[in-house]
Write a protein that binds this ligand. Structure first.
Ligand SMILES: CC(C)(COP(=O)(O)OP(=O)(O)OC[C@H]1O[C@@H](n2cnc3c(N)ncnc32)[C@H](O)[C@@H]1OP(=O)(O)O)[C@@H](O)C(=O)NCCC(=O)NCCS
Length: 151
């Protein structure tokens, strides 16, 4: 089992360690952040209006296993920067993490949750589809798939 808590300064280095190269960074953040990823780049994003960053941690030992952030636009929340510790992948933890994020925004009165994912990132797209996200057409850049979940 995992639970979520607000990301702290001390978590930044852990998340940076989960991103070993430029290709992994591109899956994690799209073109948004530059390789090499630094704790400062992640930290700077927190100055964006309405953005909160979260850590998924093991309920048994408190170990950090995943990360995401949420940005609120009225009743729509965008989930971004989803990542699972590479050593913990393949256990469906991402689905649990995103379900916890969905429950959180639902409790805050959200009616819709959206995300962008790099086309071809099948492990991520399958995770989101399993939870009920569906692709919707947008004018975002080519190579990016936009998905939404209506709550
Ligand atoms: C996408 C991601 C969040 C999925 O997390 P997860 O908890 O490992 O997800 P799952 O356990 O459901 O595994 C998903 C797929 O990963 C693959 N997988 C299984 N074990 C794996 C392992 N040890 N390492 C890497 N991938 C593995 C499988 O192909 C699995 O496919 P399946 O759905 O057919 O079983 C994770 O791979 C990740 O952090 N990727 C890098 C960042 C990223 O792409 N984020 C998405 C941003 S939109």
């Amino acid at each position: 089992m995992i639970s979520i808590r607000p990301r702290k300064e001390a978590d930044l280095a852990t998340v940076v360690e989960w991103v070993p190269d430029a290709a992994a960074l591109y899956l994690f953040t799209g073109p948004r952040l530059r390789w090499p990823l630094t704790t400062e780049q992640l930290s700077e994003m927190e100055s964006e209006p309405n953005l909160s960053a979260w850590i998924g941690a093991s309920s048994s030992n408190g170990m950090s296993v995943g990360h995401f952030d949420l940005t609120q636009h009225d009743e729509t929340f965008r989930i971004g920067r989803v990542i699972i510790d590479p050593a913990q992948r393949g256990q469906r933890l991402a689905a649990t993490l995103v379900e916890l994020a969905v429950a959180k925004v639902q409790a805050l009165g959200a009616s819709r949750i959206t995300l962008n994912v790099i086309a071809g990132n099948s492990p991520a797209i399958r995770t989101y589809e399993r939870i009920g996200f569906r692709t919707y057409p947008t004018s975002t850049e080519p190579g990016v798939v936009s998905m939404e979940l209506l709550l």
